[in-house]
Design a protein around this ligand. Structure first.
Ligand code: IMP
Ligand code: MG
Length: 183
């Protein structure tokens, strides 16, 4: 445990079995010679999830990275999505992109990225998220694959941060509210 964590929401073992299940679904859907699966990690929060997911896939994968910002430094979303690191490749018309996201909150990041990559000419665009907070949606968005739905808590660990901290925790935990209210 960690002194700033109120409680563990999803244990290391639970996350592992969730990702095993998602990997089997993706393996099933992307089997076949006509697919060229590109896992697109949305930096930085998705890096742990993507690392675990790619190890469990048996279909061939390529990987790439984008970075967007929609959150400020706190726990409130900014509303507008900015591309901080773009995908610089010319072969998107042959790529079946699977955007790998840590968590869906308002839905803005993934709906923006799906539109953006489709406009850039990707052969196909799908999404996978480890965590989903549907109660917080501001734009209608449903991922193609998802790990688990969670209530409206601010969570950290397994890649997720608060002010760049807690990403390395091996579980998903609920942050003590006093950590982000006493500043
Ligand atoms: P959306 O665009 O509002 O769906 O925001 C998605 C992004 O917000 C995620 O990729 C996270 O980086 C961040 N985010 C949303 N909820 C949480 C949370 O509970 N903990 C940490 N980051 C979060
Ligand atoms: Mg993120």
């Amino acid at each position: 445990m960690h002194p700033d964590i109120e409680r563990i929401l999803i244990s290391e073992e639970e996350v592992d079995s969730i990702i095993t299940r998602i990997a089997a679904e993706i393996d099933r859907d992307y089997a076949g010679d006509d697919k060229r699966l590109l896992l697109l990690c949305v930096l930085k929060g998705s890096v742990v999830f993507m690392g675990e997911l790619m190890k469990k896939l048996t279909v061939p994968v390529e990987i790439d990275f984008m970075k967007v910002s929609s959150y400020g430094s706190g726990t409130k979303t900014g509303g507008k999505v900015n591309i901080v690191l773009d995908l610089l490749r010319q072969d998107l018309d042959t790529c079946d992109i699977l955007i790998v996201e840590d968590i869906i909150d308002s839905g803005r990041t993934l709906s923006y990225l799906c539109n953006y990559l489709t406009l850039k000419g990707a052969k196909s665009v799908k999404t996978v998220t480890l965590l989903d907070k549907p109660s917080r949606r501001e734009v209608d968005f449903t991922p193609d694959y998802h790990g688990t739905v969670i209530p409206d808590y601010f969570v950290v660990g397994y890649g997720l941060d608060y002010a760049e901290r807690y990403r390395a925790l091996p579980f998903v935990g609920i942050l003590k509210p006093e950590v982000y209210t006493h500043h």
